[in-house]
Design a protein around this ligand. Structure first.
Ligand code: SAH
Length: 260
């Protein structure tokens, strides 16, 4: 039997119209689709009739399918000649464990390619109507996880937030934090301790690109309290930096606004 192959496909932030044409073609060509929980159902209309759709997400009460099991499933299906598409929210190579999956597939000798998707940071920026870089305000952007894998049993947060704060301030970089809502109070304290000014504008965008999108404008000084008061939860990204100043000055984003 000829061996199949695997394509890691970025499904974008939610709105099915933000799929790339290449992603649509890959979804339509798949015989098996392994779908992450942040992937919107609307994306699956492109799957061909009869394609096997396996949801491996944790939302809706089920526990997350273990990563090792997902990888074993991908490898077994590809070895059985299937054309496997691994559909991941946003971009497969931004905090989606896409890197780990590609390593496993390559080690197993499975042909594998990647189709990029629009990552949440980019979608949040367009939702807010602010650029992530700007010649006057930000020379670059850092994408950081607020929920890093702890090293060898260590209970501490492995992210050096103080170093990040210092770098963001000194080099004028916008900070976009994924998976940071639950740890917002800790992140806020550490960034302040690292020297990021308390009046640094902050924004949070939940469900970017979807009709249920909500956003919040705040500052580093009051971020965690404002988040709790507004009741914004996951999935959301936190944006910090001077690129938001125009928005704050214009009062363009109410403190907790719904968008669409
Ligand atoms: N690969 C994905 C990120 C996966 S990690 C990407 O490139 O976007 C999951 C985190 O991404 C969420 O906890 C949240 O921080 C962020 N995220 C994903 N989709 C989002 C959305 N539509 N709006 C806001 N944040 C989102």
């Amino acid at each position: 039997m000829t061996q199949g192959h695997c394509t890691l496909v970025g499904a974008g932030p939610g709105d099915p119209e933000l799929l790339t044409l290449k992603a649509v073609k890959a979804i339509a060509a798949a015989s098996v689709l392994l779908v992450d929980d942040l992937v919107d159902e609307g994306v699956l209309v492109h799957a061909r009739p009869g394609a096997r759709i396996v949801r491996v997400g944790k939302r809706g009460g089920c526990r997350s399918t273990p990563q090792a099991f997902i990888e074993a499933l991908m490898i077994a299906a590809a070895r059985a000649g299937e054309h496997v598409v691994r559909l991941k929210g946003g971009d497969p190579f931004v905090f989606g464990r896409g890197g780990e999956e590609v390593e496993r597939l390559r080690a197993a000798g499975i042909a594998c390619n990647v189709v990029s998707g629009i990552t949440a940071a980019l979608s949040a920026a367009s939702a807010l109507g602010v650029p992530l870089t700007h010649r006057d305000h930000a020379q670059g952007v850092m994408l950081v996880t607020g929920h890093a894998k702890a090293g060898s049993g260590a209970a501490h947060d492995p992210t050096d937030w103080r170093a990040l704060a210092a770098a963001a301030h000194a080099a004028r970089l916008t900070l976009v934090i994924y998976m940071g809502v639950a740890g917002a109070a800790h992140i806020q304290r550490q960034l302040l301790a690292g020297g990021l000014p308390p009046d640094t504008p902050a924004a949070v965008v939940q469900h970017a690109s979807l009709p249920r999108q909500r956003q919040l404008l705040s500052t580093l000084r009051t971020l965690a309290d404002d988040l709790a008061a507004a009741g914004l939860g996951s999935p959301a990204v936190i944006v910090l930096g001077d690129v938001l100043r125009g928005l704050a000055a214009a009062g363009a984003a109410p403190r907790a606004a719904s968008g669409g």
